[in-house]
Design a protein around this ligand. Sequence first.
Ligand code: BES
Ligand code: ZN
Length: 952
Amino acid sequence: MARVFTPILALLLVLATTHAAVVRQFPPFERQQHQLIENPNQRAAERVDEGTYRLPNNTEPVEYNIDLTTNVHDGTTAFQGTVTITLKVLETSSVIVVHARQLEILEATIRKSDAAESTAVALDVAEDKEREFLHLSVKDLTFAEDTTWLVTIKYSGNLRLDNGGFYRSSYTDETGATKYLATTQFESTDARHAFPCYDEPAKRAIFTITIHHDPSYNAISNMPVDAAKSSPGVTAFQPTVKMPSYLVAFIVSEFVSSEGELNGLPQRVFSRKGTEHEQEWALTTGMLVEKRLSGYFGVPFALPKLDQAAIPDFAAGAMENWGLATYREEYLLYNVENSTTNTQTNIATIEAHEDAHMWFGDLVAIEWWSYLWLKEGFATLFENLAVDLAYPEWDIFQTFHTGSYQSAMISDGNPSVRPMTYYVEKPSDISLLYDSIAYAKAGSVLDMWRHALTNTVFQRGLHNYLVKNAYSAANETDLFDAIALAARELNYEVPALVEDMMSSWTRQGGLPLLTVERNYNDGSFTVKQEQYTNNKDAKGDKTWYVPVNYAVQSNPDFRRTEATHYLHKDQNLSISDAALKSGEWLILNKQSTGYYRINYDTHNWQLISHGLADRPHKIHPRNRAQLIDDAYRFATSGRLSHFVLLQLLTYLPQETQYAPWSTANSVISVFNRYLSADEAYENFQFYVAALVSEQFDKFGVNDQNGEQHLVKFTRNAVINVACLAGLKSCLDETNAKLQALIAHGTPIEPNLQTPVYCNGLKQADDKTFDFVYDKLMHSNNQAERRLLISALGCAQNEKQLEKYVSSSIDMNNQLRTQERYTLLTPTYSRGSVGLNVCIDFLLKNWQAYAQLNAGFGGVNPLYSDILGMSSYVVNDSQKAKLQELIDAVKDSEFVPATLQASVDTNVEANMAWLASNRGPIISWVTSFRNGSPALTASLLAMALCFIVAMLF
Ligand code: BES
Ligand code: ZN
């Protein structure tokens, strides 16, 4: 197994390019072919596929008694275990199959549970290493249907060092001494690394865990300690409820905790000593969020306590072990003095995400990993909805919009994208399911239905689903049925079977493009749908049940988001009674909660453009953001004139909200990437400066007390655009803050650190660069480290960047394993100097770099970075240079055979982008700068058409 791109990891890599606060993005995972085979846990006898990685369903676990001994306090990795599995035979069989990985089996015995005097007999153990199975059998013995057995296995293993399974993590304490801890990360298939088990999500059982450890250490797990059975050095836990193996967790450490109670549930936050004062925010938020979630679901939290723990070395972002969620430190610890608002928000949303799993995933498990979205999609939705309920003033759905919603549409525009429900078996294939489809798309599609069917129906549906499937496992049909039942219970009329409507989104990949044609004579309009593909020529033929509603200029009410109309799978929609005035704009998809793109006839685009310029705040901020995003996607894929987009953006001087600025920042940053070496670049900068100056002057580069979170995030987006446009005040003021820090130790306000470090480093002398570099090497705050890693890539000096990227493979410095492969992305994405430095570095060091792949997950960093770099190649010399690197590595074991083809696709796409977009953009911005007659005439014509229309 290699490294997984979890959503958060992917975000860390991508954040390098967009500075605006909280955007979480995902790599577009490609799929060559689709399998949509359902595997409803068939019994072994029905099975046709001999090569399966699934357990045969002839036995099932009832209970595990797990006894573990670890001496991790002195760094020892060896551990010993004994597991007794009580199992039931469902179908007479001569073999019992369970999972195990990298465990040395010392002894295995079996005895019948019901015969009081039964003696244990030795089991024959055959290992299937490929499938990670133990085949347990006794010569001449069959296990008869409906009998119960106790299998006892004694084994030993080693704590892993790659942040997966039962693993060792370490940190430096306040005295500088190295401290060790043992912790777990089992999802998806790593519980089998800690104890032999039925390691599938639908195989629930009771777990009773006892851990032997040094008396100076403490142990925590899913359940509270069983005090009567514990003593110094022995911690026994109460039995769990029936649960899947991947949600089991235990931590043996010297962690300290703070605790609180709300809603009748005691909660604690654990982290290493010295960070106690950083636990408070997570604790308070955790309590509030749990109350909101249990209230929304109408289902109480199932366990007697809930803990959250911050782990110094952590592969994913966070993990929803039932009753004991685990996190990267930077997603749990908040320092009032120096953490950013972004960190504060992230802690709340990530905690809400993991807490939501306690219902979606833990209480109701998924039947198989095919339905990963059924837990990750809900967790994505509730990381926003629970936070919105707890902190409505944060207006969190604006960040959901520019994060999950918009990024999902990008991945989903790939014609070979997988559907949400997608069957795979192998552990390495399962890890690839953690992509933007399972998270961002599923979260967006679920939110679409929440709005379309009304929150009332949706909420009742979720309640039904949770109650009916509690302590069991479910698939998507169980969800559809529960929502259909809610609609019936509430007498809510739906236009078709809920299953037909919803499955049109889960069982096929892609998203719709709606095209709106207005009839300006009779005030009617029609809507048709087709599959949206990023590339206009890659036609798809899918259709969906699409919920629709609309707002018009004369009644700009964006509040009710329920569907008023539906596009059926095979029909266009004709709205003849709309009575639109010919001079008013029409906007479909109120609050942009429907998961689709919308194109309008040119005249309506112009009316929208005027509406925005005239009274932007009459249109909902999420719609303003989406109009920019859609216009941008349509212009760059040949569906709409660039002039419409570039004209649309000219309302930005009046824009004050986060989602539109964040979207504009992304669009402008992409244009900048392609045009920064262009001879007419200054004209582009002139145009951008005209868009941003007014708001830059208002927002400034200083945080103000008492501002809402989104104001702070918007400021960062505006500063990014302003500095990109070369606004002198932006460059000077940000740089001055960095110099003041170096010269006088004047701290930079936490929220301004990203733009200040980045812009300050662009023209930094070595002293400034080394200052920031050393700060990274000595920082003990993981959020700050991430920020500095991204900022250092902003440097534009070759020598400085060489030093920086080389540090990734220097094992003597203070970089953490999980950080080493995150240095190149921020470097090559900041311009051609960094790109060249990265290629040269890899030409010399690719073998060492490929070794950074410590073991957790599926993609080698050498491969992902080469692929990443290819997206930034915009001219022939860069192309030739990258080719040299590919030639060096392509026959190695670290990259797939498809490397060349994937790189070629990316490079060709960039060249094609330039061929079709450079011309119109440059011509428009040049006219803009020159106040050209052509542009003035086009503006005049639009104004005229607007005035004329208003007369009617
Ligand atoms: N269940 C996942 C953790 C996980 C991810 C386990 C990938 C195994 C493989 C957890 O709930 C999760 O989704 N974590 C996210 C953070 C979240 C806030 C988006 C992650 O780790 O990226
Ligand atoms: Zn999750």
